[in-house]
Ligand binder design. Structure first.
Ligand SMILES: Cc1cc2nc3c(=O)[nH]c(=O)nc-3n(C[C@H](O)[C@H](O)[C@H](O)COP(=O)(O)OP(=O)(O)OC[C@H]3O[C@@H](n4cnc5c(N)ncnc54)[C@H](O)[C@@H]3O)c2cc1C
Length: 398
């Protein structure tokens, strides 16, 4: 394969694997390098809104994913001393009709595995694990990338290097003007409860439930074909390091819940053990591309706090839209990359703002919380859904 049709991808997470499939479908040969010894199917739950599932469907991944995912009926928002429902956004059939693709909740491992199996079936995709992308040099005609395999350095050349190497991206540190990651001051706590152990009627196998409280919010939903419930709680907290999950004493989580509904506290106690992530973000205003032949996608370009449940979804949109852009003008890579970055930035920035708005409203206290509950109650589910049309109705490939 001539290097004018070869794409090199650093990172085999959700964004990198989606990019491999999307570029292969546009007729490119793909070489994906993953630092880990194997592509490990780790992580927590993911909500996949229709703006992602319509792309996964076109990539031929949705049918496999549906076997393990759950299609929730609605998002229920609860607050107050009794955690009563204050609003319900319909999903299920309503979402599939309104946004022309399903709203699913799944374990990250199930999505990762569906993408990996699809990529392994493509003759034009080569995946190499235990191979760290160490550096790159761009030049006329493409990019040359150094691959470090246990200290042995090889060079590979291609048309484009896609940096999909996550929030602490080495590729970003080598793109002029790219943003570095920064700690958000928040911790995400995660636990699962097996369906057979649920002893609390606040937890629900058919819906996404958001529990709102000034010091902590909790989002719970079914995963693994309904066999367990994934829970994520977000509090203020210290930086526990640049790792995905760290076993953590849950005392700070219980302290944040001290004035919350006793039923919510009971859930936190029943769900132990909890692990915690320090939430790091990447300012999307930095550069995502080097016009000579490098593009950052997913968390490497714009890691975001999970309050709009869109981090992985934006990585999927990035991957598909980048492949469409480069596929449309492979002979003018600078124009393809610059145009792609200009089109993607306003959307990703709006999504990040929406997440910050969600965090503000979910953590509201006193009269602001009362006003929020009244407005949410009066809005009705369909109006709340309509306020998400710009997000869920979007087609990143169009
Ligand atoms: C608590 C929590 C809840 C979330 N909930 C949602 C949700 O509901 N919906 C949603 O859409 N998103 C959600 N997210 C966000 C989502 O998990 C991330 O945005 C997404 O997983 C990032 O994918 P990525 O492929 O960009 O990066 P990563 O998943 O970090 O993958 C990067 C890969 O690159 C590899 N790598 C790193 N450096 C190198 C190198 N030099 N060479 C080769 N390989 C390398 C790594 O080993 C890794 O495999 C949530 C996040 C958190 C923390």
């Amino acid at each position: 394969m001539s290097r004018s049709r070869q794409i090199i991808i650093a990172g085999g997470g959700i964004a990198g694997l989606t990019a491999a499939l999307a570029f292969a479908r546009k007729g490119f040969a793909v070489r994906l390098f993953e630092r880990a010894a194997e592509i490990s199917e780790v992580g927590a739950g993911l909500q996949l809104s229709p703006n992602a599932t319509r792309l996964l469907s076109r990539l031929g991944v949705l049918d496999a994913l549906r076997m393990a995912a759950v299609r929730p009926q609605s998002v229920i928002m609860r607050s107050g001393p009794a955690m009563k429902p204050v609003a319900r956004v319909p999903l299920g059939d309503f979402a599939e009709k309104r946004w022309r693709a399903p709203y699913l909740v799944t374990h990250r491992a199930d999505l990762q595995s569906a993408l990996l199996i699809a990529a392994q079936r493509e003759a034009d995709i080569t995946i190499t694990t235990g191979a760290k992308v160490a550096d790159f040099a761009s030049h006329a005609g493409g990019v040359t990338v150094s691959i470090d395999r246990d200290g042995r350095i090889d060079e590979v050349s291609g048309l484009l290097l896609v940096g999909a190497d996550g929030v602490w991206s080495r590729m970003a540190s080598r793109v002029k003007g790219a943003s570095a990651s920064a700690f958000s001051g928040k911790l995400a706590w995660r636990a699962t409860i097996s369906a057979s152990d649920i002893g609390n009627d606040l937890l629900d196998m058919h819906n996404v439930t958001a529990f709102m409280h000034p010091l902590v919010h909790v989002v719970a939903y079914p995963i693994r074909a309904g066999m367990s419930i994934n829970m994520v709680a977000v509090t203020e907290g210290p930086d526990v390091g640049q790792r995905w999950a760290v076993a953590q004493d849950n005392a700070p989580l219980l302290a944040a819940m001290a004035k919350a509904s006793p039923r919510l506290q009971q859930i936190a106690q029943d769900a132990a053990p909890w692990v915690a992530w320090a939430l790091h973000g990447v300012n999307p205003a930095g550069r995502w591309t080097d016009p000579a032949g490098v593009a950052l996608i997913g968390d490497a370009a714009h890691a975001m706090t999970p309050f709009a449940a869109q981090g992985a979804v934006m990585g999927i949109e990035d991957a598909v839209s980048l492949a469409a852009s480069v596929g449309a003008s492979p002979d003018n890579i600078a124009q393809a990359l610059t145009g792609w970055e200009q089109r993607r930035k306003p959307r990703v920035t709006r999504v990040i703002r929406r997440g910050a708005f969600n965090h503000f409203t979910w953590h509201a206290a006193g009269p602001v919380a009362l006003a929020r509950n009244v407005i949410l109650g009066l809005s009705g589910g369909e109006r709340l859904a309509a306020s998400l049309d710009w997000l869920y109705g979007y087609d990143a490939e169009a």
